[in-house]
Ligand binder design. Structure first.
Ligand code: PBE
Length: 311
């Protein structure tokens, strides 16, 4: 099995060595902790302590949570830190409250996500590349779906959109719309895209389709849009929320028809390796996704390496 994380680590390490060879030690000192910046350096020192050396995570099974746990292993300056797991909703609430009070917070973040439209945020640089690079979001269906439900298969196969589309739906949901409502609004404003997804398919009369997802904001948006499009074509669509591992396993076991929530090659690399022989990969439905550690702009840190180890 190809280990993407290890690959990222090695690539990251060689980059670090190259970078280290470029500047004299005097230059580095001037860049990171200039004497004129004494106060800022002091406030950096306190961030970890103020946050209880805790990264605010999301669901325990999420790829970004395991990457954050890997980061704690890989970065010496994160020794003594922990990832607090909860849910995507709880993370968003904690982020909003920290920003309200201008307090430091580090969250497990991802793009596309409405939080970047709502708040001034930045990804922390990840010189060891623990969080990987650009990702695709892919569609996976169960074996046999093409024969059993060819029209459903074809819509899932043709579904693809852009980060800006997904963000529009996510933002409307974050502003209080129900996922169905936000999906329907997007659909009525984007008939050209929807027509391309349903092109060459026939309407059906109540054929049941079961889609699975994890309740991540991005996947709530995409899955509901696909579900509403299928409903308009006559399908009886059920959306079942699961944890990440079970989401993959349910499609591989043929219990669910499909999902549009596969983040690859890195975030769900392990789940893909474990299940790929038993499911059908229908390719990317979105390009340019990303995961990492995210902080408010007002925090005086730019890199994971700027955080301080616990005593
Ligand atoms: N996410 C959103 C997921 C994939 C989609 C980045 C939170 C994860 O980390 O597994």
């Amino acid at each position: 099995m190809f280990n993407w994380k290890r690959f990222g680590m090695v690539a990251g390490l060689s980059l670090t060595l190259v970078a280290a060879g470029c500047g004299s030690s005097e230059d580095e000192g001037a860049e990171s902790n200039g004497d004129a910046n004494g106060d800022e350096a002091a406030s950096e020192m306190n961030y970890g302590e103020e946050m209880g050396y805790e990264i605010t995570g999301i669901e325990a099974g999420a790829g970004v949570v395991s990457s954050a746990e890997d980061a704690i292993e890989e970065y010496e300056n994160l020794s003594g830190w922990e990832v607090a797991t909860s849910s995507s909703g709880a993370m968003a609430t904690a982020l909003g409250e920290a920003i309200e009070n201008e307090e430091p917070i580090v969250v497990t973040g991802w793009t596309p996500h409405w939080k970047f439209a709502r708040y001034d945020l930045k990804y922390l640089e990840d010189p060891k590349e623990v969080f990987g690079g650009e990702e695709q979001i892919k569609t996976m269906v169960r074996s046999g779906l093409e024969d059993d439900k060819p029209n459903a298969y074809k819509i899932l196969d043709q579904f693809s959109w852009e980060a800006a589309d997904m963000e529009e739906v996510m933002l409307e949901i974050a502003d209080g719309a129900s996922p169905e409502e936000a999906a329907q609004n997007w659909i009525s404003n984007n008939q050209d895209k929807v027509e391309a997804w349903t092109e060459g398919t026939e309407e059906v009369d109540g054929t049941e389709v079961e889609l699975v997802l994890v309740n991540w904001d991005s996947e709530i948006a995409s899955t509901n849009v696909v579900a509403e499009v299928m409903k308009e074509q006559g399908f009886d669509v059920t959306i079942t929320p699961l944890d990440n591992g079970p989401m993959w396993e349910s499609v591989a076991a043929g219990e669910a028809d499909g999902m549009v929530a596969a983040w690859l090659p890195g975030t769900h690399g392990d789940q893909y390796e474990q299940n790929k022989d038993n499911l059908e990969d229908l390719g990317a439905n979105l390009e340019g996704a990303k995961i990492g550690l995210v902080v408010p702009e007002y925090m005086d840190v730019d890199s994971i390496e700027d955080l301080e180890a616990a005593e």
